[in-house]
Design a protein around this ligand. Structure first.
Ligand code: F6R
Length: 614
């Protein structure tokens, strides 16, 4: 949440920062701001709204400044307005800070600073932080880096910050705890950003700042990194950035979400690449092979995740128990972290996260580690916090997901889970050779099947048109299609603002059926394998109450077609892989409903892609 960009070098900073902020808008988009330093003057422009609103204020003028920083905000403390937007300045006006995170003890720090004569103009915790740094500078007479370090040691909470002091016009200080920061290292120039996308066209050298590290970044010098706690100097680890400009552009699609939905055949192939040799019937996952005994001897597998990733966790529960007979429990990371869970040292915890930065999932991992469990991460973002703090894990390799609503991350997470379940099922003998080989072949064929579902785009757009004025919607599924129903409902509510609920189909008669009348659209996932006949009975029950039915069925279905108002046919598959296939039309349905309602599909209100606050 919140995106940060900063630059120091020999190019004009303003266009680099503005372009970078646009790439980071997925992290928050309720206000934006920029500061740059030119001819001994610090300029700051801020506004409520998007980066495009900030550009309007800048009115096409481009400063010659070669040092600057910017921020795109997802409000935590204080409503979105010009005053609460970042950068936040210190009382003297010498310092400016951009911040992603939450300073939890800001109220007590603020009181102390007020008692020492500081004044506050915004409601933000960041203004407290910048004045705390100024206070340290005044009291301790230390250099900027040291002052930031001392101030941060008094702070409780999470932060990724960049600090600039106009008396030090060649220097930026960056630091992180709990929120990500990447430093792009160019030829005599440096970029700092919440992720690497703002500098992908300028450099392929990146330093992912570690937890509780502080970087002193000076024009024409090497980056110096210190541990905030003990001042230890750390040798910067420069990695090669494996990201291209093409990956982060819309590539002719109207929205990133649509592009990402259409990328799924490739994303699934990339997830399987080098890991699935279907002809030979081999799955190679080094992270599993190296720890195979731990998995096979595990007392339980606990899965922690949030949102869409939690839905992938539910599919994982069904699949891992089905294929391996190892007991699995799935928990919302936000509940797990606070409810004093029982964790045995021989439990394995699997954390699932697209961004690898979700605060609650990180906290759940830390608890699991403290209790001695082995933690396996499934992440999409390479180099993300979760990928680094887990004992081992597996990337989904879906490529950057920029649309706020998760799509390809979900289907590739299930793809990874399928590899894990099949690998372990074979290793412990709970899957027959035949079942294993059949599933491996099916997994290999998934991209082609997904491709064929995507070709139904125009029909799904038509269906969406009929439901664009709906106020509520119910999603029903059984077995593996129950998590899909939850995911379908989440997709609809987050991007179209239509209230939607997912239920196990059989639960309907325990309450939700009371809602059904001729105004209520009900999306039912009724694929052939699994509990088809039972779901057909549920459809009958809806039909008798005049509900409007949109059904996701297997190709060639005749029974449901007679009952449903609309049928979307998808290729037949085993029950477990239907979870991936039936998700695709639901993504498209939500997408087109949101487009027909003129909603901002890629940046829905109140949301942010990466939830780095709890
Ligand atoms: C929904 C969505 C969110 C995320 C959730 C977890 O479309 O994107 O529900 O799934 O915030 O995020 P990650 O997977 O990054 O941990």
């Amino acid at each position: 949440m919140c995106g940060i960009v900063a630059y120091v070098g020999h190019q004009k900073a303003q266009p680099i920062v503005i372009k970078g902020l646009k790439r980071l808008e997925y992290r928050g988009y309720d206000s934006a701001g920029i500061s740059f330093f030119n001819n001994d003057t610090l300029f700051t422009y801020k506004t409520k709204g998007k980066v495009s609103d900030l550009e309007e204020i800048l009115n096409g003028e481009v400063s010659d400044a070669t040092i600057g920083m910017g921020h795109t905000r997802w409000a935590t403390h204080g409503v979105p307005n010009n005053v609460n937007a970042h950068p936040q300045a210190s009382n003297s006006g010498n310092l400016v800070v951009v911040h992603n995170g939450i300073i939890e003890n800001y109220a007590s720090l603020k009181e102390e600073l007020i008692s020492r004569g500081f004044e506050f103009h915004s409601d933000t915790d960041t203004e407290v932080l910048v004045n705390l740094i100024e206070d340290v500078q005044k009291k301790e007479k230390v250099k900027l880096g040291k002052a930031v370090q001392i101030a941060l040691s008094q702070v409780v909470g999470a932060y990724a910050i960049v600090v600039f002091d106009k008396r030090k016009p060649n220097e930026l200080i960056a630091a992180r705890l709990g929120s990500p920061l990447a430093i792009g290292v160019g030829e005599n120039e440096f970029f700092v950003a919440s992720d690497a996308t703002p500098f992908v066209e300028y450099t392929k050298n990146v330093i992912y700042l570690e937890e509780e590290h502080l970087a002193i970044i000076r024009r024409d010098r090497e980056v110096r990194i210190r541990k905030i706690k003990n001042d230890k100097l750390i040798k910067p680890y420069i990695e090669e950035l494996k990201l291209s400009l093409e990956n982060i552009q819309k590539g002719g699609y109207d929205h990133f979400m649509l592009k990402e939905i259409f990328e799924q055949p490739k994303a699934i192939k990339d997830t399987l690449r080098g890991r699935l040799l279907s002809n030979e019937g081999i799955i190679t996952l080094s992270s599993l092979r190296e720890h195979e005994n731990k998995f096979l001897k595990a007392r339980r597998i606990l899965i922690v995740a949030c949102g869409t990733s939690w839905h992938a966790g539910l599919v994982a529960e069904y699949m891992i128990e089905d294929y391996t007979r190892i007991p699995v429990e799935v928990e919302y990371a936000s509940e797990f972290r606070y409810r004093n869970p029982i964790i045995f040292p021989d439990d394995i915890v699997i954390a699932i996260s697209q961004s690898g930065e979700t605060a609650d999932t990180i906290a759940a991992i830390n608890i699991a580690k403290e209790k001695g469990a082995f933690v396996y991460g499934i992440c999409n973002v390479v180099g993300s916090t979760i990928s680094r703090i887990t004992d081992t894990g597996c990337y989904t390799h879906a490529g950057p997901e920029i649309g706020v609503a998760s799509t390809k991350a979900f289907t590739t997470q299930i793809t990874v889970v399928s590899l894990i379940a099949l690998y372990l099922g074979k290793a412990n003998g709970t899957l027959s050779r035949f079942q294993y080989q059949e599933s491996v072949t099916e997994l290999d064929n998934l991209p082609t099947k997904v491709e064929s579902i995507l070709s139904l785009k125009s029909y799904i757009e038509e269906v969406a048109h009929s439901f664009k004025r709906a106020k509520n919607c119910i999603y029903l599924g059984r077995g593996y299609n129950f998590p899909v129903a939850l995911e379908g409902a989440l997709k609809l509510k987050e991007i179209s603002y239509i209230h939607a609920e997912g239920y196990p189909a059989a639960e309907m008669k325990h309450g939700p059926i009371a809602l059904i009348d001729k105004e209520m659209p009900v999306v039912v996932i009724a694929t052939k394998k699994g509990y088809y006949e039972k779901v057909v009975s549920n459809i009958q029950e809806i039909k008798s109450r005049e509900g409007r039915i949109i059904a996701i069925v297997s190709e060639g279905d005749t029974q449901v077609k007679e009952l449903a108002d609309y049928c979307i046919e998808i290729p037949e598959s085993s029950e477990s892989f239907a979870a991936i296939l039936s998700t695709i039309p639901l993504q498209l349905l939500s997408y087109y409903i949101a487009v027909h309602r003129n909603c901002n599909v890629d940046q829905p209100r109140n949301l942010a892609k990466s939830v780095t606050v709890e």
